[in-house]
Design a protein around this ligand. Sequence first.
Ligand code: ATP
Ligand code: MG
Length: 606
Amino acid sequence: MIRLLRLPASSSGPNQHGRGGGLHGPPPFPRTTLFGMASRSGLSGHSPVTPERSDFIREIVAADVREGRVTEVVTRFPPEPNGYLHIGHPKSIALNFGIAQEFGGHCHLRFDDTNPIKEEQEYIDSIQADIRWLGFDWGDHLYYASDYFHQLYDWAVDLIRAGKAYVDDLSADEIREHRGTLTEPGENSPWRDRSIDENLELFERMRAGEFPDGARVLRAKIDMASPNINMRDPVLYRILHATHPRTGDEWCIYPLYDFAHGQSDAIEGVTHSLCTLEFEDHRPLYDWLIDNLPVPSRPHQYEFARLNLTYTVLSKRFLARLVSEGSVRAWDDPRMPTVSALRRRGFPPEGLRNFLDVVGVGGRGHSAVEIEMLEHEVRAVLNRTAPRRFAVLRPLRLVIENFPEEQVEEMEAVNNPEDPSAGTRKVPFARELWIERDDFMEDPPSKFFRLAPGREVRLRYAYFVTCTDVVKDDSGEIVEIRCTYDPETRGGDARDGRRPKATLHWLSSEHAVPAEVRLYDRLFSRPDPGADGDPFADLNPDSETVLEGCLVEPALAELPVGETVQFERLGYFCPDPDSTPGRLVFNRTLGLRDTWARLQGRGAGP
Ligand code: ATP
Ligand code: MG
């Protein structure tokens, strides 16, 4: 998609609908209860409900409906299939699908496939999968801008006939030179006053493939002195001898975004065309084209603020570079800020939707939302829904000397203390166990309450054990802890009421299943990557740590991809698609520690 030069936002007049305040203030609307949130009603299969919250866009839509300007609300989400969706896109998705559902209308998915050079079927497929995963559904309303190439061509001819478009022979560089600047008007092209007949003939020959790429363009004839650079005879069509994923070699001229977008909206009967603020300066052109073409309906464009997040870069072009330059493994590498990466990493879509609810629509906020807020919403969902399991990431052998050699006991473990209906499961317990290496210190400092020589701790859902000895290898490294257990403490309580200061997770050595565990940290090491120039320089070298030789409880061997569990005391984890029955691989979704509350305390967030 080619974007023309923009005027500063202030020069195109105030945005009547803008809301000040940015995204750092308190959320504009209180959190509603878990169910029945307005934006939740945009979910597939849910029936429309009365909006429970409002924002400046919903207010506009509501007024249009109330005052009879619109009978059926139609919105659209219009991705260009030139990359995977990133975390910013769901803001637009939730807004467009949410509004359609709330007002009993519908939302179209329209691929803006006007640039065959950068667009691929892989992206079309991934975008659809991502929207579905987020919980939204376009029903029968799947469209492509390329469906309208014939109609758009005919309308371009109409503009030429009306003396409102002309074929320009200037090169792209010359067009730029003639365009003027923010302070100086542009200059007319020497080809601007061609006759209508000559323009018609040349445009037809452009279409017929008679000219090479870049030789000529079709431009609207508006005003080279307009204070809005987008109105200085914008390019409508360019020559591109490229095979299109859908129309093949039928076309060698392609409409630009500005010529395709509003007209596609009009063809589809879109009533509210919601886009991000960088298109605000394109709105006069959007309206000019609608006013000057015999379009079947009158859509209106409204702008809202892009979502930005700290520690994150949201630009498909940049994300594509991370992939092509090997900084990450793929578009869905769990460190990427793409929707498919979040899915792979085990983020529940509900967490993302709740985050978007809290962020709200925001008219003019350019500041970045803190990523901890997203993590907080994701943890809130996972805390409620994720089954608890045992896993040991850095194993240390523990032998219970007074526990019978062959004996295996089944310990009853609670699946989710937040959800009694999740029930319990049996975890095998035996004489030889694995515990976390970090949970033992031979010479502990005063604040360390976990296992140490002579000390008693609780093994969760099992017994109290007391460390009696430490076994080391030749190099002095601890390889085994010897303990005794108190058979009177089965289930984790002592009759005499004594309470160890620590409760550890554990696995039976014989029953534990080996796994690889991938720990993820932020992809960038500073909150504003690229602020000093190159975001590549701000990549966090430790964004991924792969642990081999981890161990997990037997039930986890069957956990399907797409489900996230809590490894007790360690964080939230999910199987990676790389996982096979013979070689389990888990991703850390998030650690347990929620820093959002701390940030709030510091006054850094809402
Ligand atoms: P990028 O600049 O990352 O490539 P884009 O705007 O070019 O993004 P499109 O595929 O053209 O991506 O966008 C589809 C829709 O998603 C557009 O309506 C766009 O305004 C919206 N969108 C893109 N990024 C964001 C964001 N960060 N926050 C909210 N909406 C966004
Ligand atoms: Mg784009």
